[in-house]
Design a protein around this ligand. Sequence first.
Ligand code: SF4
Length: 438
Amino acid sequence: MDLAEKISILAGAAKYDASCASSGSGTPGSSQTPGKGGFGANVPAGICHSWTEDGRCVSLLKVLYSNVCRFDCAYCVNRVSADTRRTSFTSAELVELTTEFYRRNYIEGLFLSSGIFSDPDIVMEKLIETARILRTESGYGGYIHLKIIPGTGEKMIREAGLWADRLSANIELPTDKSLQTLAPQKSGKVILGAMNDFYGLNSQFEEDRRRIKSTPAFAPAGQSTQLIVGASAEDDRQIINLSSSLYRKFSMRRVYYSAFTPVGVNGSGGIPDIRLPVISELPQVMDQQGPSRQLLIREHRLYQADWLLRFYHFAAAEILDEANPFLETGLDPKTAWALRHFDFFPVEISRADYETLLRVPGIGAKTGRRIIETRRSRSLNFDSLRRLGAVLKRARHFITVNGAFFGADNPRQSADPRRIRRLLLDQDDALQLPLFEF
Ligand code: SF4
């Protein structure tokens, strides 16, 4: 098989992994589409676009080392029981390909994962070898993200972290029960163990670096993971609770949510695996070509809820509780929280502290900081809020500015959360809402 064919197969096989910030759906309006407040989208030939922590857009070559796999994860196009063409790169081929693309400015980085074609440590060694040659022999200075192969040991994770910028072990499904059903060779304990190994090593390297300046960097872009949404029956509350705990326990940089793509239904991977749940019994609908719009909205809402955890200082229990186990599809989670806690409002913009401003729908972290900064030197009004970036069609129902309320023409209508809900539901086009400022 020639190299072009290998690229086509192994880039296609990698596109369902969202943990390098591209789910592969590429669906217009998806939260994964650049420019829509999302995190990347695939283009042919395995090049995806991804956003770095500091907001830069980078192009990554996203491929598998091999799509030969001993495991039989029901949701995966590469599962051993799938009817798909199989191939593998050699490390030399991958080094040449990456270096060539990098020299031509096609890419700024490499995302490398693999099917489990052999013992996990042997597979991991192949990924490490590729990264090591890139760094030491080919003069490659770009970004490298390596997948931690499930079952690989701490020694290999340590070695991988010396060459890669980021490592990721995919948690895949929110509970052990679902893993046992859909990915029986995987175990939550093993995956969490790898995350814990990474966390321990990272802390150790940081500690060493504080004492010994020459200590090498260990995966400076940290670790991330992916959760598939919609392949199993867990609710959003379970997913958000899990994410919250991953951020807390393992200093996870990112949890990526990937709307389940029914591989096998649309021609890739043969017949759908019978272990997949009956779609009509799930709390969302699937169509024949990929994640439905409803599932993409669910993915987008999870990203917004995740944003609340990481940047808006919400606790998981504030976002969803036993009575509300799913995020509303028609409203972003901050607005939904605000309407459930209407007594908290209105917030007086001229006096509120930063934490309080963050609770206001339509005022994001950047706008909150600008408000605090600007009001030190001058008083604010409704128009200046707009200039500072507030989304007033939402914020106006929840704020006063120097005592004045702008939420309704008739002030007597203003304090009715049901009416505000109706107004905001009409305005909300879920997939158009930006992630960063809501
Ligand atoms: S381990 Fe599972 S998810 Fe990974 S490539 Fe193999 S079948 Fe797919």
